[in-house]
Design a protein around this ligand. Structure first.
Ligand code: MRU
Length: 376
């Protein structure tokens, strides 16, 4: 995606050899400031994921993969006996940063295979090559998701000539959630770039407001027409025929098609089913967890700090309504207890289809394995 005329991925390296540095966009500063941070160590990578400087399933996976490269660089001087022990500790530190998105464990498993039996400079080179491959694959798979999803938008556009296709999305499954393009937003960008009129309803996505701060920001940068709505508006819009389709991303999808995504997604799926609105989930294969069947019972759901619910952050406004700094405000009585589950699971029966890099499939074991026969 272009920012101020320059193409950025969400994670990249600059420089060469010992001077090569890993860079990310600090997503906690958006939309108010576009800030690039350097990650120097595996501890930095862990902190970036845990504190959500980077977030979104694909980007969490890519950051973990690059984190393994940083870990290998830090351990390069260790003996052939010490090196794998240190690397196992670093991978475990990365693994426990966030529990729900499959991409994290998937990326670590790929790195583990790539590094098997290696140490020193050879291991550093292998970790670098694998991290680059994971990042490139993430970007390419998301691009393909865009092409497959575009066909769905095109079909709806053909039924309402001259009018915009209204698409509702929840949270941020755009460019910022992956290395490039995004999952749920990739079809929207592809349709918009092809001249299909689209309009996006952007759920604010309490408590961290990824819709308001990230999705609205990136759609605006790309010029895609959109409107920010409060989290509970979607059902009302669907009842009044103002939503043609819903597309969300996912953090983990079982082999039977149950999809974990940002908290509140399930309620949108229920409203969509009640109103006959098609509800699609877009994901690359790295987000499938082929070992699981029943998402509600088996997918681990992250519970984050209660303060994310109790306190809101944003731009401080002066008397003229101009922003003049950042501010955090508590929105409940000081003693109020809160709980903060970050994800929920939408059962496959509520999902019209899964949009993957291999194409569209029904949200069912048959459908998923039809696209991924090697997982049978
Ligand atoms: O907590 P986050 O911001 O890392 O949550 C991830 C999300 O943004 C989503 O739920 C998204 O739709 C899937 S990630 C591609």
């Amino acid at each position: 995606m272009n920012v101020e005329g320059r193409h950025y991925r969400t994670i990249w390296t600059e420089g060469e050899g010992a001077g090569e540095v890993l860079r990310i966009i600090d997503q906690t500063a958006l939309p108010h400031e576009f800030r690039v941070l350097d990650l120097h160590s595996v501890a930095d990578a862990c902190r970036a994921i845990r504190e959500m400087w980077v977030r979104g399933a694909g980007l969490i996976g890519a950051t973990a993969a690059w984190g393994v490269w940083l870990a290998a660089r830090e351990a390069e001087h260790l003996s052939a006996e010490e090196f794998p022990v240190r690397m196992a500790m670093s991978m475990e530190a990365l693994r426990v940063t966030r529990p729900t998105a499959s991409n994290l464990v998937w990326a670590l498993q790929r790195q583990q295979k790539a590094l098997a039996g290696l140490c020193g400079a050879e291991a550093v080179a292998a970790a670098h090559a694998e991290a680059r491959a994971i990042a490139d694959e993430d970007a390419e798979f998301c691009r393909r998701i865009g092409q497959h999803g575009k066909a769905l938008i095109e079909a709806i556009a053909a039924r309402k000539p001259g009018q915009a296709v209204n698409i509702l999305t929840h949270c941020n499954a755009g460019w910022l959630a992956f290395v490039d393009h995004g999952s749920a937003l990739s079809p929207i960008y592809a349709a918009f770039d092809a001249g299909i009129p689209v309009h996006v309803w952007v759920d604010e996505t309490r408590p961290r407001n990824q819709g308001a701060s990230l999705t609205a920001w990136e759609l605006g940068r790309h010029g895609v027409p959109h409107s920010l709505i409060a989290d509970n508006v979607g059902g009302h819009l669907m009842q009044h025929g103002m939503v043609d389709m819903v597309i969300t991303g996912a953090d983990r999808v079982t082999r039977c098609g149950d999809a974990a995504n940002k908290i509140g997604t399930y309620l949108k799926a229920l409203a969509a089913a009640d109103n006959g609105v098609p509800f699609y989930v877009a994901l690359p294969s790295s987000t499938f967890d082929f070992s699981l069947r029943d998402g509600v019972r088996e997918i681990p759901i992250e519970e984050r700090s209660a303060d994310e619910v109790r306190v809101m952050s944003g731009a401080l406004l002066d008397g003229e309504g101009q922003s003049c700094g950042a501010a955090s405000v508590r929105i409940c009585p000081e003693a109020t207890n809160a709980r903060n589950w970050a994800f929920d699971v939408t059962p496959a029966r509520l999902i019209s289809g899964l949009i993957t890099e291999r194409g569209l499939c029904p949200a069912s074991e048959e459908g998923v394995l039809g696209l991924y026969p090697e997982q049978k």
